[in-house]
Design a protein around this ligand. Structure first.
Ligand SMILES: *Cc1c(COP(=O)(O)O)cnc(C)c1O
Length: 362
């Protein structure tokens, strides 16, 4: 099969160094070691150290490893919510977290915007009695970005809630505020450019305290498999309860190290440059228009364009070996979604632009 380049918003193109890290892992037996061995504990400690630096999280936060962000949604609701949760919903992913709250009987409150519209501080209320507020930093379904200051404002007005920030398609691009963010989580197959099957949550002491108080009140209805409190006990020993995705944890540590070597400011700069190229091109294109028209809410990592020629454009790119996303759900035939992650080179971004720019007849 010819090499194809994935500009889909996840799974997406692998970070350039992943292939060689997989080779090294195979040679050194990473895929066969016991998860109780000292070799594993060293890998775990390395990944956690690198990730804490990359997130910029305070030392007293604990990093926990899950199978997906869907799993993290379930755990947060089970372990930190008994009276109710608040969900800022403006797309398919934020909606799904809210629907998990419904299914688990957690009395979720939905604060809703039309798809394509972002949240501002005027949408924040005081949420008495409710324990958790969910913020989706980058709605990958619609390309709407919510500024990190929003989380800070939620926390300032509601110091007792657990703020849970979905950074699946914005980490490590967005710079988050701590300790205003209690739980920052993401899956590795989007911005981090890794194979799917692993998700990470950085959890604050406050979030553990909320879980602890629910346990003491016998309202902590967690699953026997993963709970925040039990996972923390294992994490403190650089271990997991189950046999984890050892290769995934290994690769995450290596890629985090590579990103730190490159420098987060460089990664942010390149992301901004590529986003500017794509948005300018969309603006100038006769058949296209940015879906998110308020600049502050237009995502830099998932760029969504309304297009009159989705089918034709997807096909033209495919002929060049480039795969972009179509619209999510009901927008399937109306939008192009182009991921702009650290793994995506500027050269390939230009290739997208060149391939889809109509030739002017003078
Ligand atoms: C992809 C995505 C998820 C779900 O991630 P999984 O790893 O499939 O659980 C959640 N939130 C956002 C914003 C996403 O883009």
């Amino acid at each position: 099969m010819k090499k194809q380049f994935h500009f889909t918003p996840g799974p997406s193109e692998l970070y350039p160094s992943v292939a060689s890290h997989i080779q090294t892992a195979l040679k050194s037996g990473v895929c066969s070691i016991s998860h109780r061995s000292s070799a594993f504990k060293e890998i775990y400690a390395h990944t956690t150290r690198m990730m804490k630096q990359l997130i910029g999280v305070p030392e007293d936060y604990t990093l926990l490893y899950f199978s997906s962000s869907n799993e993290i949604w379930e755990r947060i609701l089970q372990d930190c919510v008994s009276r109710g949760s608040v969900h800022y919903v403006n797309g398919a992913f934020s909606k799904k977290f809210f629907s998990f709250g419904m299914e688990l009987g957690k009395n979720p409150l939905e604060i809703k915007k039309d798809y394509g519209i972002g949240f501002t501080e005027s949408d924040i209320r005081t949420y008495k009695q409710l324990e958790m507020v969910s913020i989706t930093q980058n709605e990958s379904s619609t390309g709407v970005y919510t500024n990190t200051d929003f989380t800070k404002a939620v926390k300032t007005l509601n110091p007792n809630v657990v703020t849970a920030v979905d950074a699946v398609s914005s980490f490590p691009y967005a710079e988050n505020h701590f300790p205003e963010t209690d739980i920052l989580y993401f899956s590795v197959q989007k911005c981090m450019g890794l194979p799917a099957g692993l998700a990470v949550a950085a959890v604050s002491p406050h979030a553990f305290q909320v879980a602890q108080s629910l346990e003491e009140a016998n309202k902590y209805n967690t699953s026997p498999y993963h709970s925040l409190l039990k996972m923390k006990v294992m994490a403190d020993q650089h271990q997991t309860a189950e046999t984890p995705n050892v290769l995934g944890i290994y690769l995450l540590g290596k890629v985090a190290e590579d990103m730190l070597t490159k420098g987060l400011s460089q990664i942010r700069l390149e992301t901004n440059q590529k986003a500017a190229i794509l948005y300018q091109w969309i603006k100038d294109h006769p058949d296209m228009e940015a879906f998110v028209d308020v600049k502050e809410h237009a995502s830099s990592t998932v760029i969504v364009a309304k297009s009159k020629r989705v089918e034709e454009q997807v096909k033209a790119l495919l002929e060049k070996g480039i795969i972009v996303g179509k619209g999510y759900g009901k927008f399937k035939d109306q939008h192009l979604r182009i991921a702009n992650f650290p793994a995506h080179s500027k050269e390939l971004v230009y290739q997208i632009v060149d391939t889809l720019t109509p030739v002017r007849v003078i």
